[in-house]
Design a binder for this molecule. Sequence first.
Ligand SMILES: [Zn+2]
Length: 458
Amino acid sequence: MQFFSAWLCALGGFGFLVVAKGRAKISVLNNTGKIEGNKMATNSSQHDTFFDIHCHAFNMAHPALFSFLENVRKSGTGDILKEMISITDFLPSRSLSMTRRHVLNLLAVMENDVGGMFLLLEDDLAGAFRKDGGPPFLTDVLRIGEHDYERIILTPLIMDFNTPTVKADEIYYDRPPEKPLQKQINDTLDGIRHYVRERPRGKLEIYPFLGINPANYSLDEVRKLLNDYLGLHSISRHLFYKAFSALSQLDFAEKISGKGLFAGVKLYPPLGFDPWPEGQPEEMAKVHYLYDFCQKKSIPITTHCDDQGYRTIPLALSQEWTSPRHWRKVLHHYPQLKINFAHLGRQYLRKFGSRRDMEWFNEIIDLCCEYDHVYTDFSFTGSNPEFYDHLVATMNDMPTPQQDVLQKKILFGSDFMIHLLDVESYYDYIKIFHESQLSSELKHQFCSINPARFLFQK
Ligand SMILES: [Zn+2]
């Protein structure tokens, strides 16, 4: 998540820092998920589904910009300088080229409602916005590498922006805006219904992840949230599809329960979530409940894991809580937990003249090898074609057993719409992946086989 430059840019006055980030006929699916026309074929595999395991569908009302900017103001020059230094690392790709066009492009997406974003994304893959005559990736099928995908599964990650904020006394309207999680959940579910009704023959299936920061709630509230949205969680794709397609029957006035539709949990340490709050019994009780709940039901968790992004707590604390090393304590107690460390643990912050710190990345690789259900996604990172060259080289340098494990643990993610800070479109992000030097088999593994296992297997 690279909100930093964008918001400063979009909100203006912070330019100097920018230099420094028809009702549906319901198709029927079998448990393994192949659709032929409007009905499922049996005996098929999941391998003909493309998954984007890490994307977002926020609108302008969802992120807590107020808290974010207050934190920037209060964090003092130290943190800001560090971030400016790290941003020089990708000056050519981000800051210098961060123009009015980039910001307008991002706003053109974020000013949609959530349903509009899904429609836009599907249309983009079908070539609707290409002014260069680029061929569509999506026709009857989505063609990537040498594989055809008949379905596209998106798991938009809701984020819990419900962080308590201090009042900004020096301004007139000094009441911090509320960012209720429930509102974002409702908007997301409404958006999914909108898509299902608009596109009875659409290719997308959309299963959101519930963002939650237990620190924002009592234990009872945490329990209720998880049970309300994930209490019926099953790892059967057939049941997910039933819940998804049933939305077409719901009128816009009806409230959607979301039961059976949520596919996982999204955690985000830089918004004040400590994965292992030792020494705080009340907080520990909440995270124990969360991990126990997820482990028992094989519910996948995605946790933010790079050192940039949207942050409302001091940098040092954010880094400590985000670090995969800190998560070791969690995995030690919950070794069967299904968890995806996002962004491959990319560390942008570094001192002048020093090499990029690979500590988080290396730690994630170790965790992937030690624990059966640890995964990692390359969302946002895949905006840069060179990333794939590095990935291939890094994997080739690994001992074979490690290589074999990692091939089964890497997940395709886009970080749409945040990645619009680095690429022009979802189409371009897919194109970079499609054209990368990853073998066709590895592409298929990352965007289909691995995520299917992450979502739908014990
Ligand atoms: Zn993200």
